[in-house]
Ligand binder design. Structure first.
Ligand code: BES
Ligand code: MN
Ligand code: ZN
Length: 508
């Protein structure tokens, strides 16, 4: 897995003595530098103001400008990096994530080893000092990510410069707390990278079996107990949803279970993630256009892997079980057919109307299995429906469930992490749409409310009495635009930070 070499730390005292190659200074739109610039002495401040006044930079969000440090300024740092902040009242936590990433990328291009950031010492509209450090560090680590392991010329033609150190100038009394904060952020973002790596891997190199191997590796490195249920074990448990979806592929399906128990007698949470390593649609074959993106249909499962690694690395005192049903959905002579009726592990008979609505079939068995851990909370993440993308676009995941307290907590965690969620209703009336003539329910509910009827389908496999949340991440798991500096093109690792935030805030 790609490990980031970047170290993030804090420095204190006089900028003249900071051991760095570049000093990062924020500039608001309109060309006003951040107040902390005055710490750098009058010569440096005057030079920066002169350049800004001359209109070399406007201060737009994401803009960068390199300057040599004036020789008479008394700084040993050779270069200044001005970064645009946009309008002050528009700055959000998400802006600071992007900013952290922008700094790292600019320093890569500038071949800078060590940079010091001044930004954090200023107040920004209700955003607290530590939040700026947290989000910028998060953005910096996330922004340095690249999935280049399958590019044979990497590091040869134009070797990529990786910044070694990013420092934040802070006051003495904050050093200790900041280092703790960075330590936590680093472990969480490592989970994000892990999730990205798994999801970006093409389906020929990441089959259900290989994914199971990654769970075994986790068990070697951390106090995580991994169990893989293979086809034989799935058959014994009558997990025919998972089996039916996987039966068309030569790569057999499996159910991956990762148990992390470090919470004493605290309640157990289960996190379930859809992992279709490739979704061709099965016999209900998808069109060829953009079919390559179907390798991302395991982003829910990838988030569970990243989350399990992160909480184990942080040594959090919680009990969590990650459950990942994995299968490849292909058409073939052995594939399931539209019209097939399968008896799920719960005993509910499902008529398969469309073999492309496969996610809910594997989740049906996985959600039912989750209950065997007697959890107080079940959270599932799945790239489940195109309808969710139509409803919410790419800036929020669909949030459904049976417990408003849990949904509220997740929404708050989503807000704080920048991995946002928005509720969709699971009214009883929608259940009508999945009634089947020949079985108990069918796996599609028609075009209307497609994200909701998928949620309704899942609801049939969880106990009313158990708090459950379903996150449809079809629109949020992958970014093919690259418009946010901290989110690379491809899988963004959505869900890892959200889940970590939820656990850190609500369960310890
Ligand atoms: N994995 C897809 C949903 C999806 C679509 C994810 C686009 C990401 C981007 C899912 O398995 C699927 O094919 N769903 C169908 C369901 C339909 C047949 C009821 C869909 O959304 O079209
Ligand atoms: Mn599908
Ligand atoms: Zn799918």
């Amino acid at each position: 897995m790609s490990e980031t070499a970047l170290k993030i730390d804090v420095v204190t005292g006089n900028p003249a003595n900071w051991p760095a190659d570049a000093l990062v200074i924020g500039v608001y739109q309109g060309g006003e530098p951040q107040p902390a610039l005055s710490q750098c002495g009058t010569v440096v401040e005057a030079e920066v103001r002169r350049v800004l006044k001359a209109g070399w930079m406007r201060g737009d969000c994401g803009e960068t400008l390199w300057l040599p440090t004036p020789l008479a300024g008394g700084l040993t740092i050779g270069r200044l990096l001005l970064v645009g902040l946009g309008r002050e009242h528009l700055l959000t936590l998400e802006s600071f994530r992007a900013l952290g990433a922008t700094v790292v990328k600019a320093c890569e291009r500038g071949s800078v080893d060590v940079a010091v950031c001044l930004l954090a010492e200023d107040k920004h509209h209700g955003i607290k000092h530590w939040q700026i450090l947290e989000t910028m560090a998060e953005g910096a680590w996330m922004g340095g990510y690249r999935f280049d392991r399958l590019q044979s010329d990497r590091g040869q033609e134009s070797p990529r410069h990786v910044m070694k150190k990013l420092l934040f100038g802070v006051r003495e009394e904050r050093l200790e707390r900041c280092r703790k904060l960075f330590d936590k952020v680093e472990k969480i973002t490592r989970g994000v990278m892990f999730a990205r790596d798994l999801a970006n891997m093409p389906a020929n190199l990441l089959t259900p079996d290989i994914l199971a191997g990654k769970a075994r590796e986790l068990a070697e490195r951390f106090p995580i107990q991994t169990t893989i249920h293979d086809v034989q074990s799935l058959a014994q448990k009558e997990m025919n949803g998972i089996l039916a979806v996987g039966q068309g592929s030569v790569h057999p399906p499996c159910l991956i279970v990762m148990e992390y128990r470090n919470g004493g007698n605290r309640p157990t949470m289960t996190v379930v993630g859809k992992a279709i390593t490739f979704d061709a649609g099965g016999i209900s074959l998808k069109p060829a256009e953009k079919l390559e993106d179907s390798k991302f249909d395991m982003c829910g499962g990838a988030a569970v892997f990243g989350f399990m690694q992160a909480i184990a690395e942080m040594n959090l005192p919680v009990n969590a079980v990650g459950i990942v049903p994995a299968a490849e959905n292909l058409p073939s002579g052995s594939a399931q057919r539209p019209g097939d009726i399968i008896k799920t592990a719960k005993g509910i008979f499902v008529e398969v109307i469309n073999t492309d609505a496969e996610g809910r079939l594997i989740l049906a068995d996985a959600l039912h299995y989750a209950a065997t851990f007697d959890p107080d909370v079940i959270i599932d993440l799945a790239t489940l429906t195109g309808a969710c993308v139509v409803a919410l676009g790419t800036h929020a995941s669909g949030l459904m469930g049976n417990n408003s307290a849990l949904l509220d907590k997740l929404r708050k965690a989503g807000e704080a992490s920048g991995e946002r969620l928005w509720p969709l209703p699971l009214f009883q009336e929608y259940q009508e749409q999945i009634k089947s003539v020949f079985a108990d329910i069918k796996n599609t509910g028609g075009r209307e409310g497609g994200a909701i009827t998928a949620g309704c389908f899942l609801s049939r496999f969880v106990d009313e009495a158990r708090a459950w949340a379903h996150l449809d991440i079809a629109g949020t798991a992958v970014d093919l635009t690259g418009t946010k500096a901290h989110l690379p093109k491809g899988a963004v690792g959505y869900g890892v930070r959200l889940l970590c935030r939820y656990v850190l805030k609500e369960r310890i």
